[in-house]
Design a protein around this ligand. Structure first.
Ligand SMILES: [Cu+2]
Length: 118
């Protein structure tokens, strides 16, 4: 039946189109992430440089550079440096203590920012 054939074609076409969209990087890596306060890393900066969160809230850093890697390191409060975040990579941390927490990028000490937990 020609109508059935047409519908099948349309379905297959739509399916392949969706697959093509899914293959796009780095958006693909960002799927299925839980809600959090987001900090972008772009042009050697943490944006925004100060974020305020509530106790037990999560912050997610997202490297939006084209090629440069960075890290997130709460050095002053004795934290462990994150893995290097390559473009499209993200890092998450949940804040379970109130206060102001300064952090930096491991490879670029001039990149500093802070998280305020209230
Ligand atoms: Cu950096």
């Amino acid at each position: 039946m020609p109508v059935k054939l047409l519908v099948t074609f349309l379905l297959v076409f739509t399916f392949f189109n969706m697959k093509m969209l899914k293959a796009k990087e780095p958006e693909d890596k960002l799927k299925n992430l839980s809600p959090a306060v987001e900090v972008s890393i772009v042009k050697y900066k943490f944006i925004p440089p100060v974020v305020e969160v509530k106790l037990n809230q999560k912050v997610r850093w997202l490297n939006r550079e084209k090629r440069q890697y960075h890290s997130v390191w709460f050095e002053k409060s004795g934290g462990k440096e994150s893995d290097y975040l390559f473009p499209g990579d993200s890092y998450e941390k949940t804040f379970i203590e109130k206060g102001e927490f300064e952090y930096r990028c491991g490879p670029h000490p001039e990149m500093v920012a802070r998280v305020i937990v209230r």
